[in-house]
Design a protein around this ligand. Structure first.
Ligand code: LLP
Length: 418
């Protein structure tokens, strides 16, 4: 897990005092450290590209903040997009259509048309999608998503590559899909798989590469020469103190070793989402209430699962610190809970904290991946603000939503108006 420095007992994030960020912009606030974001991007790119030509397609579902995207566009990243909304958001942030690949699942004809009209290539998920796409656009190159029969992930809810998964074309039908694509007039240039999200071991990625290499060679005999193998995303990050980081250099060496030995495909594509944004952002939330229920102590904060759903949805661990009493001795264990009217609304359970008080600033670590992007208006709470911090200077990059904005698409029928 990433460690932070402090100044006079106040945690520093991106060179700024977290209390200053909260005072200036208000809470709840997602803060992104731009330098860390860029370092993470470069780290994963460099680890792999020293072995083989590598393109990073940032999986923007992890965080579609325009400022985050603009920084990654400047770095030269590509994009893995899953919806027309993501495609258009990335165009807005400065990516070009040719930098993107669209990997949707269960997508409508209307969406296939919209995406290909914009010039974005499709990574086809099913035989049904292939036939439907052939009636819409055969000009752009395509690739196929295969179900590799290898699954990995921090939760069954995000494991995708196993046999029987809803994603991709089964291995025993994939050669037929390429042949059918050729008949339909497509040029298939690559192959893709994604085993799941938040894996911490190299072996499943090696197994995935073995499967893809086998398919590539089988296809070669059939006259298909692919330009790229796309291994998807899924590189995990440590969320707990003392949890080991995944050894990227080792992963890169192993996976590219298999690719180079077993295939003559020249380009590797990776789609990391979490790895790039996760530890580049924290969620700052104000302690508004402290309660001792007898059986349990609670720290009540102004962010709930409307703001960060991962603990409620996946039982995910997010480290918690008191930003204005950073590193001080802990006094007791607390649950950190939000303003949502459900008992499941907790950001953390049984955490030793240093005498939390009303007004304290609570910092939730590793909030950059699937934090804001999964937030909601539940309990009619507006979406929160975001700031980008760079070398001690902070800018607001997303205003808090207004209450009125939550109604903007609704109508009260005339007969019900009062
Ligand atoms: N590529 C594809 C096709 C994907 O479906 C995903 C994630 C990625 C890449 C990026 O995976 P990453 O590198 O971020 O692990 N909401 C969950 C994670 C869902 C991941 C969905 N697909 C969470 O909060 O843990």
């Amino acid at each position: 897990m990433r460690e932070f420095e402090s100044e006079d007992g106040v945690m520093l994030f991106g060179g700024a005092r977290v209390t200053d960020l909260a005072d200036e912009f208000g809470t709840p606030l997602y803060a992104v450290d731009e330098d860390r974001l860029r370092e993470n991007y470069r780290g994963v790119r460099d680890a792999f590209s020293k072995h083989i030509d590598t393109r990073i397609h940032y999986a923007c579902k992890a965080n579609t903040g325009l400022a985050v995207l603009a920084a990654l566009a400047q770095e030269g990243s590509g994009i893995d997009a899953v919806s027309i909304g993501e495609v258009m958001t990335c165009l807005k942030a400065g990516f070009r259509p040719e930098d993107m690949m669209y990997t949707g699942v269960n997508v409508s004809d209307a969406e296939l048309k919209a995406v290909t009209d914009l010039g974005v290539m499709v990574n086809v998920d099913s035989l049904s999608e292939l036939e439907r796409l052939s009636r819409i656009n055969t000009e752009l190159p395509i690739s196929f998503r295969v179900t590799p029969g290898v699954g990995s992930g921090h939760s069954a809810k995000v494991t995708t590559g196993h046999d029987g998964s809803k994603f991709g074309i089964p291995r025993d039908r994939i050669a037929g899909a390429y042949r059918r694509a050729r008949e339909l007039g497509f040029k298939a240039t690559g192959i893709h798989a994604h085993i799941g999200s938040g894996g911490q071991r190299a072996e499943p990625f090696e197994d995935e590469m073995e499967v893809l290499a086998g398919i590539v060679n089988e296809l070669k005999e059939d006259g298909f020469d692919l330009d790229f193998i796309d291994l998807g995303g899924g590189i995990g990050v440590p969320y707990r103190p003392n949890e080991d980081e995944m050894d990227l250099e080792d992963l890169a060496e192993r996976v590219t070793g298999i690719m180079r030995e077993e295939t003559d495909v020249e380009t590797l594509i990776l789609e990391p989402g979490r790895y790039i944004v996760c530890d580049a952002s924290v969620l700052l939330t104000r302690c508004v209430d402290v309660k001792d229920s007898g059986a349990k102590r609670y720290v009540g904060v102004d962010a709930g699962f409307n703001t960060l759903i991962r603990p409620a949805m996946y039982d995910s661990y997010h480290h918690v610190a008191i930003g204005n009493r950073f590193g001080k001795a802990c006094t007791a264990k607390y649950d950190v809970v939000g303003p949502i009217c459900e008992s499941g609304d907790a950001l953390a359970h049984d955490r030793a904290l240093p005498d939390p008080r009303e007004g304290d600033l609570v910092v939730i670590y590793n909030a950059g991946a699937y934090g804001f992007s999964m937030s909601s208006n539940y309990n009619s709470r507006p979406l929160c603000r975001e700031a980008m911090v760079r070398r001690g200077k902070a800018e607001l990059v997303r205003e808090a939503e207004g209450i009125e904005e939550m109604w903007r698409h609704q109508r009260i029928p005339e007969r019900l108006a009062r």
